[in-house]
Design a protein around this ligand. Structure first.
Ligand SMILES: *Cc1c(COP(=O)(O)O)cnc(C)c1O
Length: 391
């Protein structure tokens, strides 16, 4: 796997740093300024007329942030990238860019909850949505409506980690002139290149692996120049969800080590998944990196690697067992989010929503873990002692 990353390691480290611009500084300065001045009024107005290509105002462009944007675009083979103040700012801006009253969004696979909640919020503007979790070409085509404008997908799906054959969704959309978007957060720009598969827009919560240290909230949209032009002019500039220069600088720092962190997340996650698969109290492990996983072959086709987030199902499906397992962990911290250096544990089972879970194809004994960088042996030892405490 390591060899696949050689080119990308150079993007994460030196690409577009242009050290000479900043006195040869090895780390670019944080341009913590809101505006840029011009010698004449005419030059200011010319700058404003093409704001995406000029430094005018930090709600639009900023030199520190721009270095990061060019690196992410390069990593995903996109023409353009914009950084947002959060993953949700990126998602909501990308969605609204293509929606008008009466339009429909089709969500394909198990999708990050707030993305669906945003579509539900958009109902008051006359937008509708539906979800399809049966991932065949037939089923996707059958769920496309006259007014479908966006196919929004995630692969692997949230919580269940089922893979979607992205090509199938892209082909279905192309037949009907529908925009395709993917939440590519799980795979990172290293493990999956959706634009190469014909997806129009790739979205990341940079809060997760790209930041990698649980200290910055941010999001990214990567797409072609034409689509970005409209997103920049409208949703980026007008909703105002721009990233701050300091947050951009933190992400640049995170990105430098993304390849080596992902190598380690993958290596440890595979060991943890194998350990859990053989555990007598575990029914099933949802991790497409396991050879025994039904999506393993599809994964080999469209992923270059497997990150550290997975779920598993306890044989004992009671909430008490889920709670006991999580609360018994010592190394694993209990918390939302994922993709940082630290191992985290949570569950969609809140003790009062078992019927909802089953309706959404989730087992009540489901536990989600983010495998961190503490070392596979330490992580497995913690799970071992926690699982010993449940019936
Ligand atoms: C966290 C997350 C988001 C939202 O990102 P924020 O930075 O928290 O706004 C979107 N998609 C996925 C898959 C996520 O895990």
């Amino acid at each position: 796997m390591n060899e696949l990353f050689e080119e990308e390691k150079l993007v994460c480290t030196h690409f577009n740093e242009k050290y000479e611009r900043f006195y040869g500084a090895i780390v670019p300065p944080i341009f913590e300024n809101t505006l840029f001045t011009f010698p004449t009024l005419k030059e200011l107005f010319d700058g404003q007329a093409a704001e995406s290509e000029n430094y005018v105002y930090t709600r639009g462009t900023n030199p520190t942030v721009e270095i990061l944007e060019t690196k992410l675009a390069e990593l995903e083979h996109g023409e353009s990238c914009k950084l947002f103040s959060s993953g949700m700012a990126a998602i909501s801006s990308a969605m609204t860019s293509f929606l008008s009253k009466g339009d429909h969004i089709l969500f394909v696979n198990n999708i990050y909850g707030p993305a669906i909640q945003y579509a539900a919020y958009m109902e008051k503007f006359g937008v509708e949505y539906s979800i399809v979790t049966e991932l065949t070409a037939e089923s996707i085509l059958n769920n496309i409506k006259e007014n479908t404008k966006i196919i929004y997908m995630e692969s692997p799906g949230t919580m269940t980690f089922k893979l979607l054959d992205i090509q199938i969704a892209v082909d279905a959309a192309k037949q009907k002139n529908i925009i395709t978007m993917i939440d590519n957060t799980w795979a990172t720009p290293l493990f999956q290149k959706p634009l190469d598969m014909g997806v129009d827009i790739s979205i990341h919560s940079c809060t997760k692996y790209i930041g990698g240290h649980s200290d910055v909230i941010a999001g990214a949209v990567i797409t072609n120049k034409k689509l970005m032009e409209s997103i920049f002019k409208n949703e980026y500039m007008l909703h105002g969800g721009c990233i701050g220069p300091f947050e951009g600088w933190l992400l640049l720092r995170g990105l430098r080590t993304l390849p080596i962190r992902m190598e380690k997340h993958q290596e440890s996650a595979l060991k943890v998944a194998q350990y859990l698969k053989d555990h007598p109290k575990v029914n099933k492990v949802n991790y497409p990196g396991l050879k025994s996983h039904p999506d393993y072959e599809l994964g080999k086709k469209q992923l270059k690697g497997f990150s550290g987030l997975m779920s598993f199902e306890l044989k004992n499906e009671s909430y008490e067992a889920v709670e006991k397992a999580a609360n018994s962990c010592k190394l694993f911290k209990i918390g939302a989010s994922w993709g940082g250096y630290e191992s985290l544990i949570t569950s969609p089972n809140h003790g009062n929503n078992e019927d909802d879970l089953k309706k959404n194809g989730m087992n009540p004994g489901l536990i989600r873990i983010s495998v961190g960088l503490e070392g596979a042996d330490n992580i497995i030892a913690d799970l071992e002692q926690a699982l010993a405490k449940i019936d």
